[in-house]
Design a protein around this ligand. Structure first.
Ligand code: UD1
Ligand code: UDP
Length: 391
């Protein structure tokens, strides 16, 4: 049995790591039960499009999360949406034609996701979409186009939430017939569970930055250092000078009272340079992107998180850290409904009001997640039990 996995961007390395681990665990079990002929080994063929390529956006995750080396690296790199997706398609088609896998797994909503789904569907290979059904209902986001198209091309749609199952139903995509649509939970939660302790033990970022957790007597997991954590990379925020300036001014303002740590995505760094923007406050600690373990550590100990990242919103919620989302809408509506996340957009005053509401503790700070931490295992089992019609 051969399963191809397509990855290319930072969050996909983290998501794919969970599933690769579940595949490896299942293969070990199959080896122990090898007298049962039905328990065939799953061969995973990992294809890296090369969408992300800086060491801190790419290799560091393979090393730290022990992700198997990619079998193919397409080296596509950065380009406009059309050009980047087209280059991926060309490379992926060649690899998939050569490998003829039983199915092709794609994650999330990046250009690598869409290219993987389209290349596979055109070759009549079943597409498996992990994180299916998410919608912001904002077609100006490149990610929304990628999600919608990928879902419509997919045979297996693994949804993280009830809302995502409902979103698909509204578009006529539901379980039954040729399709499997099922809520399995979130593979990123599996990842937090797996790496949380390791982050506590190994991540050095707080020490390196001089923000050691204060001892609270309850163990390092429950301490809170005095800083805000921010991440910023959405095109709608970075590619609009006014919005970017407004967000950075808010962070600058906040940093006058409480330090702000900002691990900067290369896209944002380039835009800040191109627009000639500067940071005013020294207490705004702008750093390079960090590894996953360092990021978990930063998230766990933050007073609050400000972000436009999808993954970081969820992680804040699961870790019980209040989150302000620097967007007008979110796909992760449950985090807002359960009062762990507040949408504040890019307006400086609204962001600062949001910070105030955190300080006044109008926020729920509990882990009300319904996650079980077995999403990856459920995906593997569902795929194994499906009847695949190989063309
Ligand atoms: C992409 C995804 C986005 C996801 C994000 C995760 C799309 C359309 N967007 O956004 O959904 O949330 O990844 O981080 O697929 N760059 C570097 N080094 C790198 C990678 C990028 O310098 O290793 C710079 C380049 O100037 C590039 C820009 O960042 O043009 C944007 O990169 P790109 O992969 O196109 O989109 P992201 O903003 O990273
Ligand atoms: N992340 C990381 N280092 C960073 C910023 C983010 O390891 O400097 C992790 C974060 O913990 C989450 C994932 O990357 O697991 C989110 O990716 P990103 O914000 O790039 O993309 P999105 O989730 O918005 O698609």
């Amino acid at each position: 049995m051969k399963w191809a996995t397509v990855v290319g961007a930072r969050p996909q390395f983290i998501k794919a790591a969970s599933l690769s681990r579940a595949i490896a665990r299942r293969n070990e079990r199959a080896l122990r039960n090898r007298q049962r002929a039905s328990e065939k080994r799953i061969e995973e063929v990992l294809i890296h499009t090369g969408q992300h390529y800086d060491y801190l956006m790419d290799r560091v995750f393979f090393e730290e999360l022990e992700i198997p080396e990619p079998d193919y690296h397409l080296g596509v790199g950065s380009a406009s949406h059309g050009r980047q997706t087209a280059r991926m398609l060309e490379g992926l088609e060649e690899v998939l034609e050569k490998e003829r896998p039983d199915l092709v797994i794609v994650y999330g909503d990046t250009n690598s996701t869409l290219a993987g789904a389209l290349a596979a569907a055109k070759l009549h290979l079943p597409v498996v979409h992990v994180e299916a059904g998410l919608r912001s209902y904002n077609r100006n986001m490149p990610e929304e186009i990628n999600r919608v198209l990928t879902d419509h091309l997919s045979t297996f749609l693994f949804c993280p939430t009830e809302t995502s199952v409902r979103n698909l139903k509204k578009e006529g995509i539901q379980d039954g017939g040729a399709r499997v649509v099922t809520k399995v939970g979130d593979v990123m939660y599996d990842s937090i569970l797996h790496y949380s302790r390791r982050a506590d033990a190994k991540a050095t970022v707080l020490r390196d930055l001089g923000f050691e957790p204060e001892a609270s007597g309850k163990g390092s997991d429950s301490t809170s250092c005095d800083y805000y954590l921010a991440t910023l990379h959405r095109a709608e925020n970075t590619d609009d000078r006014k919005r970017l300036l407004s967000i950075l001014s808010a962070l600058d303002e906040m940093a006058k009272r409480v330090p702000v740590i900002l691990p900067l995505h290369p896209r944002t760094e380039k835009r800040i340079e191109a627009y000639g923007l500067t940071f005013k406050t020294r207490r705004l600690t702008v750093i390079q992107p960090v590894s996953y373990l360092n990021m978990l550590k930063l998230e766990k100990h933050a007073r609050a998180i400000l972000t436009d990242s999808g993954g970081v919103q969820k992680e804040a919620f699961w870790l019980g850290v209040p989150c302000l989302t620097l967007r007008e809408e979110t796909e992760w509506v449950e985090t807002v409904q359960r009062r762990g996340n507040l949408l504040v957009g890019a307006d400086k005053e609204r962001i600062l009001e949001g910070v105030q509401s955190i300080e006044k503790r109008r926020f729920l700070k509990s882990r009300t997640s319904m996650e079980k931490g077995n999403a990856s295992a459920r995906i593997v089992e569902t795929l194994l039990s499906a009847r695949l019609n190989k063309p």
